[in-house]
Design a protein around this ligand. Structure first.
Ligand code: TXA
Ligand code: MG
Length: 320
């Protein structure tokens, strides 16, 4: 039975204590809920892979309370430092070479010589990280390949009985995962679009970001697996309107009469990409729960958070 903890001093202390003892605890962050474990313990990290049924070659993000703590785990070049100062705490993950004193376990790093580090801005996540006093590994708190969890209820849908506790901090604010940038060789690469837009990052590093894979690179981030974030229903993208039997996920003002044709939700009737990102995974889960064969999804513009939304939708629609 999974303990439900409330987001008060007592719940935060309990979550940190469970983490220090090696248990799995789902925590709110500003992006999505994380399935947290002590990153320094291979045994605790193994529990994450088990609970998620995740292929164990996927490396995990280590979460820290601040930049100083992050710099004990990884080596920051000038770009990494500038990005950390601009966007931490917040929805950015930096992949950097491991430091000589790196405590993040081999298993959490999937044996790589690099480590993914993130300082989340969510006050409850921050308080737990502070109290835990060590790097905390946390992939999104969903079963592998499924839609990420943006509320405690979504976490329990996938993981009830498989984890020790969930700390309920209400719905998450950003709604899509952190942007991942690798700073390994002087040329920062975008490994995953996310909560910080490409243009904001390019503004800080002063040059265009290469999307890993675009430049003929093998995807070094396994979160770039083609089929990911998949609902049970099929997904049809760039749809102008639902066909008979399809559920509909709109964006912006709906064409006349559309809302009456079966199950329909809208990511943001006013066409706001920030609102759409926050609603994305919850709306996909809600439509999927109605059991349609197919979810038709309106076109989403590519600017700002649109790049991250379109990235997740392409994966949801990929052949499985
Ligand atoms: O917003 C987020 O980032 C959420 C919250 C909970 O913090 N976490 C999250 O974690 O999305 P996860 O495990 O679902 O995604 C981590 C991604 C994976 O795509 C993984 O392949 C990549 O980070 N990654 C981790 N370490 C890496 C490394 N050393 N090199 C390249 N990619 C790495
Ligand atoms: Mg995930």
């Amino acid at each position: 039975m999974t303990e439900r903890l409330s987001a008060d001093a007592q719940g935060i202390a309990r979550a940190a204590e469970l983490l220090r003892q090696g248990w799995l605890v789902a925590l709110p962050t500003e992006t999505v809920y994380g399935l947290a474990a002590d990153a320094t313990s291979g045994e605790a990290v193994a529990g994450i892979y088990g609970a998620k049924e995740r292929p164990s070659f996927n490396p995990l993000i280590a979460h820290l309370p601040d930049l100083a703590a992050a710099r004990r785990q990884g080596l920051f070049d000038a770009n990494a430092l500038a990005l950390a100062k601009a966007f931490w705490p917040g929805p950015l993950t930096l992949v950097v070479p491991v430091s000589s004193g790196c405590e993040v376990s081999e298993l959490a790093r999937a044996g790589l010589a690099s480590v993914a580090l993130r300082v989340p801005s969510h006050p409850i996540a921050h308080a737990v990280l502070q109290a835990a006093g060590r790097p905390i590994a946390a992939p999104s708190a969903n079963r592998s390949g499924r839609v990420s969890a943006t509320s405690a209820a979504h976490v329990l849908e996938d993981l009830d009985g498989r984890i020790e506790a969930v700390l309920d901090g209400g719905p998450t604010e950003v709604g899509v995962e952190s942007t991942i940038v690798a700073c390994l060789d002087g040329a920062p690469r975008l490994l995953r679009p996310g909560g910080v837009s490409r243009s904001a990052i390019e503004g800080v590093i002063g040059r265009p970001l290469v999307l890993a894979g675009e430049a003929g690179m093998a995807p070094i981030s396994p979160g770039l697996l083609a089929s990911h974030y998949a609902p049970s229903a099929g997904v049809r993208l760039e749809a102008q309107a639902p066909r008979s039997g399809e559920a509909w996920l709109g964006f912006g003002p709906e064409p006349d009469g559309l809302a009456t044709t079966g199950h329909a939700l809208n990511l943001s009737p006013r066409g706001d990409l920030t609102e759409a990102a926050a609603n994305l995974f919850g709306h996909l889960r809600a439509l999927d729960a109605l059991g349609p064969a197919m979810i038709a999804i309106a076109p989403i513009p590519m600017h700002g958070l649109g790049e991250a939304i379109n990235d997740r939708l392409r994966r949801a629609a990929a052949p499985r």
